[in-house]
Unconditional design. Structure first.
Length: 427
C-alpha cells in the first residue's frame, strides 16, 4: 500500500485495523452470548465484508498477496478449499461463506497485520496489542477466580457447563479460557525477559506481568484443561533449555540451572501421575478405570475414549470418513453436510484430521508446506526475546492437534497467533 493513502482509506486497507475490529467484536459478542445465549452474527458480517475487500485489493490491485512464496501457497490452499467445497451440492450454502472469511482472515489479513518495513515501529504497535491482551486477561482471569471460589451469582451461567470440577469463570468456554491463560503467560514472559535485558523503568508494569503468571496458572487449573497445562509445561521446559544454552559456561551457574530443571521435571511428574496433581490427570483416570488393564480391546477403547474426552472415537470415525474421499476430502466445515462423524461433530479437534476431511491429501500437503515456508523465512534471533513468541506459536500448533483452534474456527486468540506469526517472518 502506498504511503500517500490517507484518511478513511488508509484505515480500510490496513490489515491490523481489521484485526482490532474483529477481536473487539469477538469480546463484545462473548459477553453478550455469555448472559443471553444469543450470538451477534450480524456484527461479524461487517468484519467479513471488510476481509473480502482487503483480500481483493491486496490480491488484484496491490498484489501483496501474490508477492512471496508464503502468500502464493496460501492462495493455492484457498483455491483448493473452494474447489473441494463447492463440487458438493450439499456445501453450496450461505453459511459456508463465513468459514471462508475466517480462513482468509487467518492466512492473509491477520497474518499481514504487523508486517512492515519499519520493524521498530511495528514491534512497538504489536507490543501494545500484547500488553493490552495481558491487562484484559489478567483482569478477567482474576475476576473469574474470585467469582468462582466465592460463589458469585455473576457467573450463574457457569453452572450449565461445570463438569468434573471444571469452571470457566467469565470466559465463554473452559478450554478457551485456558488458551487465553496460556497466551497471557507467554506474553508476560516476553515482557519480563525484555525488561530483564534492559533497565527496569516501569516497576508497576513489571509487577503486573509477574502477578499475571500465577493468576493464569490458577485459571488453567480451574478450567481443568489438560492440553493447555501440558503445552504450558512444555513451553517452560523449552524456554529453560534455550536459556541454559545461552548462559555463560560457569560450572556453578550451569549446575544451578540443571537442578532447577530437574525440579521442574519432578513438578511435571507430580501434576500428571500422582494424586497431588489436577483431578483429570492419568493417576485419577487409571484409578477410575482399573478395568483398562484387564478388559478386551473394545472395553479399553471405551476407556481411552473417556480419558480423551471423546477424541478417540471422533478421530477414528473422522479417519474412516476421510478414507472414502482421501484426495480431495469433503469441503470446508462440511461436517453433517457431506459426512457425519462421532456425535455429529463439525470439528475433529485435530488440525491435520480436519484438513484431510476438508481438502484431502492435497490440502494437507499444501498446509504443511505453508508452515514449512513460514519456518524457513523466520527472522534471525534479535536483541528482543522473539524466541518466546516462537514458543508461543509452537504451543498453539500443538494445542491445535487436540482442540478447536488456529485455523478452522474463529477465535480472538487464534487471530493474535496468526498476527504474531506474520510478524516473526520476513516479508
Amino acid at each position: 500500500m502506498s504511503e500517500n493513502k490517507t484518511g478513511i482509506l488508509n484505515y480500510v486497507l490496513t490489515e491490523r485495523y481489521n484485526l482490532y475490529f474483529y477481536c473487539l467484536l469477538y469480546m463484545i459478542s462473548h459477553v453478550y452470548e455469555y448472559y443471553t445465549g444469543s450470538f451477534l452474527k450480524p456484527l461479524f458480517l461487517c468484519s467479513y465484508l471488510w476481509t473480502l475487500a482487503l483480500y481483493l485489493y491486496h490480491t488484484f490491485v496491490s498484489r501483496k498477496y501474490l508477492s512471496n512464496p508464503i502468500y502464493r501457497n496460501a492462495q493455492i490452499f484457498l483455491v483448493l478449499n473452494i474447489i473441494t467445497t463447492f463440487i458438493y451440492p450439499e456445501n453450496r450454502r450461505f453459511s459456508v461463506l463465513q468459514d471462508f472469511a475466517i480462513l482468509i482472515q487467518y492466512i492473509f489479513v491477520f497474518y499481514s497485520s504487523f508486517q512492515s518495513k519499519d520493524d521498530r515501529q511495528t514491534r512497538g504497535i504489536l507490543e501494545k496489542v500484547m500488553h493490552i491482551g495481558v491487562v484484559i486477561t489478567f483482569v478477567v482471569s482474576l475476576a473469574s477466580l474470585v467469582a468462582v471460589y466465592s460463589g458469585s451469582s455473576l457467573v450463574w451461567a457457569q453452572e450449565t457447563v461445570s463438569k468434573y470440577g471444571r469452571h470457566r469463570g467469565f470466559y465463554f468456554e473452559t478450554n478457551e479460557a485456558a488458551l487465553y491463560g496460556y497466551t497471557s503467560i507467554m506474553f508476560s514472559l516476553y515482557f519480563l525477559y525484555k525488561q530483564n535485558m534492559r533497565s527496569v523503568r516501569e516497576n508497576k508494569i513489571l509487577l503486573l506481568y509477574m502477578l499475571n503468571i500465577p493468576v493464569q496458572i490458577f485459571l488453567i487449573f480451574m478450567t481443568g484443561s489438560r492440553t493447555n497445562l501440558l503445552v504450558l509445561l512444555l513451553s517452560v521446559v523449552c524456554l529453560f533449555v534455550h536459556h541454559a544454552r545461552g548462559i555463560a559456561r560457569n560450572t556453578m551457574k550451569t549446575r544451578t540451572k540443571w537442578i532447577a530443571f530437574l525440579c521442574l521435571c519432578v513438578v511435571f511428574y507430580i501434576l500428571l501421575f500422582t494424586k497431588y496433581g489436577f483431578n483429570r490427570n492419568l493417576y485419577y483416570y487409571m484409578n477410575r478405570y482399573p478395568e483398562f488393564w484387564t478388559g478386551n480391546w473394545e472395553e479399553k477403547a471405551k476407556i481411552i475414549n473417556r480419558v480423551s474426552s471423546g477424541r478417540y472415537y471422533l478421530w477414528e470415525s473422522s479417519i474412516k470418513e476421510w478414507l472414502k474421499s482421501p484426495w480431495i476430502g469433503y469441503g470446508l466445515k462440511s461436517g453433517n453436510f457431506t459426512y457425519t462423524v462421532y456425535k455429529n461433530k463439525t470439528n475433529s479437534h485435530n488440525l491435520l484430521i480436519n484438513t484431510l476431511l476438508f481438502s484431502g491429501i492435497f490440502g494437507l500437503i499444501t498446509l504443511i508446506r505453508h508452515f514449512v515456508l513460514i519456518y524457513r523465512n523466520r527472522r534471525k534471533m534479535s536483541a528482543y526475546p522473539d524466541f518466546i513468541l516462537w514458543f508461543f506459536v509452537y504451543g498453539f500448533i500443538i494445542v491445535s492437534m487436540l482442540e478447536v483452534v488456529l485455523l478452522y474456527n474463529g477465535k480472538a486468540a487464534s487471530a493474535i497467533c496468526w498476527a504474531v506469526m506474520g510478524f516473526l517472518v520476513f516479508i
